[in-house]
Every structure is written in C-alpha cells, then in structure tokens.
Write a protein that binds this ligand. Structure first.
Ligand code: AMP
Length: 592
C-alpha cells in the first residue's frame, strides 16, 4: 500500500522567519505571495535545513560545504510539505534543492514511483537521474529515467523492475502513463525542472495532462528560471498555496576591480586556467572552486603542471590550514585553491587576482569572492571561467552589478610563448640595469675575438631559455593533449571506434549495460567522433566496463577500449568549433 502523501512534513524547520516577503515586481500578478529573499549572504549550514543524517553524509561526501542560495531556501520548504515555486537558473544547484528532500522522503519498502521529475530534454533527465543517484549512494533507491529516442521496450523493462523515482521528458512520461507502464497512484511528489524551457519546447499540453492525472494529495514544485504568464497560469491551476522563492540581490558596483571572463569549452577548464595563469603571470591568487574534492583535484593538477598551488577547504584541520595560509602569506605558494567557506574571513592584502574557476551561484557570492582582491587601495583582477551553460549566470551577475564583465580570449600556445619572452626580456633589462653581470665580462671579451657580440648575447639567452623552459615545454605539450574532465565520480573511457564505423550511442549503451551489467542511467556523456569515441561511466565500475568491452564485439568488431587520458581534440580545435560542448552526442538521438 502506498504511504499517505505529505510525509515531507516531518522535520520542518522554522526557516522563513528571517525573510522579508513582498510582491516581486517582475511577476505579473501572481495570486500567491512571493517570498523574495533579500541579499543577506548568510552562511547557512546543510545541518540547518532539516535533512537527515544519511543525506547530510551523502552531501558531505560529495564535497558540498554549504547549501547554495536556492538550496537554503527551497529544501526546508519542500521538507515541510508545502508546494514550491523556485526561480533558479541551471547551475545554481537546483537539482539538489529538490532531489535531497525527495530522496529523504522515499519509502524504500514501497517499490512504486513515489516521485516524478519532469525535465525538458533527455540530456537534463539523465543528468538529474545521475545527480539523484549520487545523493542516494549506498541505498537501494531505484531511479528510472525515461525519455524519447530510447527504445520504449527497454523502458518498459526498467519500469517493470520497479522504481522509486521516475525522471523523464513529458512526452515519454505521458506515453508510459497511457500505456499503463507507469502508475501515478503512489506519487506523492512531482517536480517540474526548467518549467519555462518545457513550455518553450511545446510541452504545455503534455504537462497539463500529466499534472491533471496526479493524485489529489501530492506535493508539487516548479523550478523555472523565468516566470512567464503561462507558467503562472499553470501554478495557479495546480499548486496549492505555494511558497515562491526568488533569490533577489541588490545592485552593487565593484570599482577597484578589473573584471574579465573567458569562455571555455566544456571539460577544458584546467587547461584554460593554466594558460590564463601563464599569460597573466599573477601574484598571489585565490582560485575559487565549488567543492572540497574540486579543490584537492585542481591543486594537485596545478602542482603537476609546475605551479605552487595549495588547497584550502573545510575538511582540513587547523594545523593544515595554518600551514597553507602561512605559505601563501609568505609568498612560498602563489595559488590558493579554495572553497568559499574556507576563504571566508581571509584578510590578505597582496592578492592580485581572484579567479572563479566555477562561476559563483549568485551575485553575492561573486562580490564576496571578488572582495578578496583590490584591497588596500590597489586595483585587483577578477577572472571568471565560463562554459556554455554558465553564460546565462554570468549575464545575471552583470545585470546585478550594473556593468559588463569584459570578455577575453583564451591565450593560444603562441601567445604564451610570446608572453614568456616578454617576461624573459624584462628580467634581462632588470639585470642590465642592476649591473649584475661583471663576473662574465671577461668571458664575453674573450669570445668577442671569435664572434660578434650580438651573437654571443643571443647564444647566451638561448642557453638560458632552454634551461628555464624545457620543463614548461613538456607541460605545454601535455596540456595541448589534455583529456576532458569527466563529471565527479565518473571516468572517461576511450573506445577505438567512431562514426565512420557506423557506431551509434545506442551501441555503446547496449554493450555497457548488457556486458558489464551497468544500469543505463549511470552512463554519462557519450562523445562519438569520426574514428574514436569517449563514454563516461561511474569510476567505481570503470575497470569492469573496460574488461567487459574488451571481451565482446561492438558492431561485430573487437575494439580497443581503455581509460581515456589524452584527448585527440586539442582546445584550439574545440574553440574554433564554437566550444560550449558542441558536437557532444546526446545519448538518445533527437528530441522527444
Ligand atoms: P545544478 O544547478 O543542479 O545543475 O548544479 C550545478 C553544479 O553544482 C553541479 O555540478 C552540482 O554537483 C554542484 N553543486 C550543487 N550544489 C552544490 C553545493 N551546495 N556545493 C557545491 N557544489 C554544488
């Protein structure tokens, strides 16, 4: 028997006391009250949101230190059982905002769909399902994604095997509902993710039909970046007394900081960062990442590339933090790779650059980060690395700070060499000005009997350049062939077969699910190139998948499969294709 709905109500914290409520000006006459959260950048902890110990641990294991603004506001509302309208863009952490309360509310003993998540595209559906899977690691929670393009038979089987949570595109969800392969009887929670996007894609009627079929007693949450009238109409029709959460910030200006951004192809941030660092030759720099794991990985990667980088995050004990801070203050390290929490309260005057490796959640976080540079009357530089899907968030930040952030071009390898020569010449000028060369004058005079002095100088510089830059040249070579970074917890596999061999994403998904026994929903991005392909699988299963694929035939061929290290598409090539992950294959063909 399904449990009665609204089991979300337990643990409801008194969260909204502090907030001011008023009507949001941009929303045309909503019938409900809009809880507009003023910009106080308060530090909320995941422990304050009403999450149980298992979920809090899963979140901590993922390296999340603090909730994002939409999480801080939405999670308590959803746990309290209320309907919700959450105004949030992609990349603001909205998946966890609804997924954590959903996972927490699941009755594991009931193998019936208890939560339904609707997403505009199969790509997002897969991403959301993958995200939930991460939050529920170690439990027996079953999440089934269903979306158009994938053979429906396979979805019948998955649904028959049982699901607690179904994530899907509206068309396919409706299809399953009508065919009887999906029942809403036990659904107590339904989320519309990117509701405005779903309407823009023409899903209005499907959504209406789906929402009308939900049990009367259920909780509904709409997440949407914008609130056009058609969304408001839907909320009026289906939501019961919703809490409308919109994160609103005051306009601010940042006068003493030079702000630029670099647009980076997906998966190329590390390489881009290395190039920007080489070009900017910054002094003390703080690089902000979202998670502790990202801080650790990035600082290690930078050290391998020859930079003096240290991680600083909440998982370190006081002695470690003190050591890292001392090294940074004293100039023994130049780069501090930090989470926001760890960098809070840092008071260091000589920071010349702040780099947003991950774009901030909102303008408040942006301002907090940027405030670490440009201190003591000096001007500072703030650099933000942005992938395609983060561009909208950058625009929001620009709107709120009331100025544009200048775009900059990622330096090419040739730019970096030219810059190094410039720096080299500057050092030489300083040596000449200081007259620190007299012990070599005798040698030059001797050589001058045989060679022209200009040539002697050039040869000496050549020797010096070689000795200084041979290590850097190796790194540059490695950088040019750097692999794309898979999602956290995922590994990228190289498959020695591509489009020209007739390979389609379905072949890979089929081979991996059948031969390695991996659930299709756990498979990540698939990239099919002309004569090779890449597929992301959970790291824990990567070895098993490699072995299984080596022992089978794909499209009747034995294929070379290995863990991907090098990527055959260097960054310049990606940039000239327009970056932003173009050419990424959707696992499931055309939309719907
Ligand atoms: P989303 O907007 O849900 O697509 O999330 C954007 C990215 O932020 C994902 O990679 C999440 O794993 C990550 N993320 C979500 N919440 C947090 C958090 N509280 N702290 C750090 N990273 C997070």
């Amino acid at each position: 028997m399904p449990k009665p709905p609204n089991s979300f109500k337990k643990n409801a914290p008194e969260f909204h006391k502090k907030k001011k409520s008023k009507s949001a000006p941009e929303v045309t006459a909503p019938s409900h009250k809009v809880e507009e959260v003023e910009e106080v950048y308060e530090l909320v902890s995941f422990n304050d949101l009403g999450l149980n110990a298992n979920i809090a641990k899963a979140v901590s294991d993922l390296g999340f230190e603090t909730p994002t603004p939409i999480q801080a506001k939405a999670i308590p509302v959803l746990i309290s059982g209320r309907d919700l309208i959450g105004q949030a863009q992609t990349g603001t952490g909205k998946t966890a905002a609804f997924a954590l309360p959903i996972v927490q509310s699941m009755d594991m003993s009931l193998m019936e769909p208890q939560a339904l998540i609707l997403a505009p595209t199969r790509e997002l559906a897969i991403q959301v399902a993958g995200g939930i899977y991460e939050f529920a690691k170690g439990s027996n929670l079953r999440i089934v994604p269903v979306y158009g393009g994938q053979p429906i038979d396979r979805q019948f089987r998955s649904l028959r095997a049982g699901a607690h949570i179904v994530v899907g595109t509206p068309g396919r969800i409706l299809d399953h509902l009508r065919r009887g392969s999906l029942s809403f009887a036990a659904v107590k929670m339904c989320v519309l993710d990117e509701a405005d996007e779903m309407l823009a894609l023409g899903f209005a009627e499907d959504l209406d039909s789906i929402l009308a079929e939900l049990p009367a007693q259920r909780q509904l949450a709409f997440f949407s970046a914008t609130m056009p009238p058609r969304i408001l109409a839907l909320t009026k029709k289906f939501l019961h007394d919703p809490v409308h959460v919109a994160i609103k910030s005051k306009q601010r200006t940042l006068d003493t900081t030079n702000q630029t951004y670099y647009e980076v192809p997906n998966g190329k941030k590390r390489e881009a960062l290395a190039r920007v660092l080489d070009m900017e030759t910054p002094g003390a720099t703080i690089v902000f990442c979202r998670t502790r794991a990202d801080c650790n990985d990035l600082s290690e990667d930078l050290r391998i590339r020859g930079y003096n980088a240290d991680a600083l995050h909440g998982d370190m004990n006081q002695a470690e933090r003190d050591r890292v801070m001392r090294r940074f203050r004293e100039g023994q390290s130049d780069l501090l790779i930090a989470t926001d929490v760890a960098a809070r309260g840092l008071d260091i005057d000589h920071v010349t650059h702040v780099i947003n490796y991950d774009i901030p959640w909102d303008v408040e976080q942006y301002i907090h980060r940027i405030g670490r540079t440009g201190r003591a009357g000096r001007s500072g530089d703030a650099i933000t690395l942005v992938t395609g899907r983060e561009r909208q968030q950058l625009r929001n930040i620009e709107r709120m700070i009331g100025s544009t952030i200048k775009p900059a071009r990622i330096p090419t390898a040739a730019d970096i060499v030219a810059r190094r020569q410039e720096v080299f010449q500057d050092t030489l000028r300083e040596t000449l000005a200081a007259g620190e060369y007299s012990n070599f004058l005798a040698s030059v005079n001797q050589l001058a009997d045989e060679f022209d002095t200009t040539e002697i100088a050039a040869a000496a510089l050549h020797m010096l350049w070689q000795s200084q830059h041979s290590a850097a040249a190796n790194v540059a070579e490695e950088m040019a062939h750097d692999g794309e970074q898979p999602e956290l917890g995922m590994s990228r596999l190289f498959i020695g077969m591509g489009r020209q061999d007739g390979l389609r994403p379905g072949d890979l998904v089929g081979a991996i699910t059948n031969e390695a026994g991996i659930n299709g929903q756990a498979i990540g991005v698939i990239d099919i190139l002309d004569n090779m392909s890449f597929v992301e699988v959970p790291s824990a299963s990567a070895e098993k998948v490699v072995m299984a694929l080596r022992n089978t035939k794909i499209r009747n061929r034995v294929v070379n499969v290995k863990l991907a290290r090098a990527n055959e598409q260097p960054m310049e090539q990606e940039m000239s294709r327009g970056g932003g992950g173009k050419g990424k294959f959707r696992k499931d063909g055309p939309r719907r």
